[in-house]
Design a protein around this ligand. Structure first.
Ligand SMILES: [Zn+2]
Length: 288
């Protein structure tokens, strides 16, 4: 599942290619992916120009003329590929079939632009979606999700973190960090990394945190997500040398997925803790 830094990378990569382009056609072969009949999509978006692209949590918002918007979620296995005669921009889940042949059997929606370049939505498991809304509808939809602040936005302050922690004293730290109502974008990977950075075990309760640990958690969330957004720049590449490699941050991971391996700091064996269907990796010595 692409996490926040990856979706931000997709946004940055795609906006350079598609903003300013006019949509000449839309196609979709998977009804559940869209929220209106295909004929209505076509009627509404044909002829509209893409005015901008935004990200909220792990969703992309493609802003069209006349206050229409496409709200896009790649979910587990979604991938967006922009292809023109001269370039190919790929973001999201890696699909082994490659991009040489587009559309392919995983392509479920295609936006064609007036210059004949296209934006493909490929999805192996078909959980992703691309919903068409008016400005008011998209705003309502986002409000209903009751999402917490963006981790790198100015609303996400240390004071805010204190306030939400007081409301959830008995949450386990890992569960607390991964709750999108607390802060968006800290998924399974980054919650492990934040705990490692802050030197706290993921299974501890929020109320057990000392002041300096809370400060470190706050700092970790911002530092790690910022670094990861920078590193994920490598997910995007040119058609000729592209193979959709994983973002550059994977080599920097200190805890996530390293169960059984030696800690990069103290050499102790990284342990695993299971919470619900998820597992966490942590260093039993570095993390208190
Ligand atoms: Zn260690």
């Amino acid at each position: 599942m692409p996490e926040l830094p990856e979706v931000e990378t997709i946004k940055r990569g795609l906006e350079k290619s598609v903003v300013g382009k006019t949509i000449s056609d839309f196609d979709c072969d998977w009804k559940k992916m869209i929220n209106k009949p295909l004929t209505e999509y076509r009627k509404v978006i044909k002829g509209l120009k893409i005015e901008g692209m935004r990200r909220r949590a792990k969703m992309l918002i493609i802003d069209l003329q006349k206050d229409w918007h496409l709200l896009v979620h790649l979910k587990m296995t979604g991938q967006l590929v922009y292809a023109s005669k001269i370039k190919c921009v790929v973001g999201g889940h890696r699909i082994a079939e490659g991009y040489q042949c587009l559309p392919n059997k995983f392509t479920h929606a295609t936006i064609t632009f007036s210059d004949n370049s296209r934006l493909f939505f490929n999805d192996i498991r078909k959980f992703g979606w691309m919903r068409l809304y008016t400005g008011l509808e998209v705003q309502k939809e986002l409000e209903n999700m009751k999402l917490g602040p963006e981790p790198l936005a100015s609303e996400f302050t240390l004071e805010y973190l204190h306030t939400v922690m007081k409301k959830r004293p008995n949450n386990k730290i890992k569960q607390f960090l991964m709750d999108s109502k607390v802060v968006v974008g800290v998924g399974n990977i980054y919650s492990d990394e934040v705990c490692f950075y802050a030197k706290v075990k993921p299974m501890r309760k929020v109320k057990s945190l000392k002041e300096n640990e809370i400060k470190l958690i706050y700092k970790a969330i911002r530092t790690i997500l910022e670094a990861s957004i920078k590193a994920q720049g490598t997910t995007f590449s040119d058609f000729r040398n592209a193979d959709g490699e994983a973002g550059g941050y994977s080599a920097k991971l200190k805890a996530y997925g390293r169960y059984g391996e030696p800690c990069k700091v103290c050499k102790s064996e990284i342990k695993r803790w299971k919470m619900g269907g998820r597992s966490s990796s942590y260093c039993p010595k570095c993390q208190k």
